[in-house]
Design a protein around this ligand. Structure first.
Ligand SMILES: NC(=O)c1ccc[n+]([C@@H]2O[C@H](COP(=O)([O-])OP(=O)(O)OC[C@H]3O[C@@H](n4cnc5c(N)ncnc54)[C@H](OP(=O)(O)O)[C@@H]3O)[C@@H](O)[C@H]2O)c1
Length: 254
């Protein structure tokens, strides 16, 4: 077991990529705090981990709210004794042409994707610093390094996540805390269900991805998070591990 007895907070742990990370971390021996806003969804994943012999508890929390984040982290410490791992994965995406993107869309995207991870890191860093041990892993996106149409808010937010990760590295590496991120390519989750219903989009992604797959199953993202959260990544700091089936490595064929 690669995370035996480690206490891991997984935000967005109730769905998609975060759900697979929660389940995998449970199998690897972590005590998993499943964090998202909807209590029932988080509890369902926590129950699944427990049914498989693991340890987990749901902690409903809006990661964009400082008070809720601080109370959630305190709740995790009260329940499990400490925090060893933070997976800052909760995310929100709105894709609209520039003129249709509202100020509210922009604020919500930046609040959840960037401010949320800042608040989470701020809340767990003192706990990790005290024991000179911690792993902070943020979920970026290939959209954080490449612009794409209708993605002004989302791309800006994910570029922000990647640079937040690097800035945190420069402050926290000497404290024994590894800060890294992994960047998924198109992954089949509820976040993009409406796009996956469009056969043209599926064909476009399949054509432009060297593996020939259109969307990656979310299970295939959990291993990257596990590596970065484990002691195998002891000397890995400030890195963005791209997990996109090679999509961003090759020239688009159109
Ligand atoms: N799917 C992709 O193709 C893809 C590609 C690149 C990067 N990503 C990134 O991967 C991460 C996970 O995305 P996903 O595709 O797995 O999406 P998803 O299935 O829609 O899951 C999003 C998760 O975030 C939670 N969440 C949303 N807003 C929140 C908030 N304010 N506070 C706390 N939790 C919140 C949701 O639960 P509640 O709604 O109950 O709060 C849910 O658990 C995101 O950061 C996303 O940007 C996804």
């Amino acid at each position: 077991m690669r995370l035996k007895d480690k206490v891991a907070i997984v935000t967005g742990g109730s769905s998609g990529i975060g759900e697979q990370i929660s389940l995998r971390f449970g199998q690897e021996g972590a005590k998993v705090a499943v964090v998202n806003r909807t209590a029932e969804a988080g509890e369902k994943v926590a129950k699944e981990i427990i049914a498989a012999g693991g340890t987990a508890k749901a902690f409903p929390c809006d990661v964009s709210d400082k008070g809720e984040v601080q109370a959630m982290v305190q709740g995790v410490v009260d329940a499990f004794g400490t925090v060893d791992i933070l997976i800052g994965n909760a995310g929100f995406m709105v894709l609209k042409p520039l003129e249709e993107l509202s100020e509210e869309d922009w604020d919500r995207t930046l609040d959840v994707n960037v401010k949320g991870n800042f608040l989470l890191a701020q809340a767990v860093a003192p706990i990790m610093k005290k024991k000179h041990y911690g792993k902070i892993v943020l979920t970026g996106s290939i959209a954080g390094s490449q612009g794409h149409g209708e993605g002004a808010a989302y791309c800006a937010s994910k570029g922000g996540v990647i640079l937040l990760m690097k800035a945190l590295t420069s402050e926290l590496a000497k404290e024994g805390i590894n800060v890294n991120c992994f960047s998924p390519g198109a992954t089949a989750t509820p976040l993009n269900a409406e796009y996956r219903a469009d056969p043209e989009i599926l064909a476009l992604f399949a054509r432009n991805t060297p593996t020939g797959r259109d969307y990656i199953p979310p299970q295939d993202l959990a291993g990257a998070a596990l590596f970065l959260a484990s002691d195998d990544a002891h000397a890995v700091h400030g890195q963005n591990l791209v997990v996109d089936d090679g999509f961003s490595a090759v020239k688009p064929v159109g």
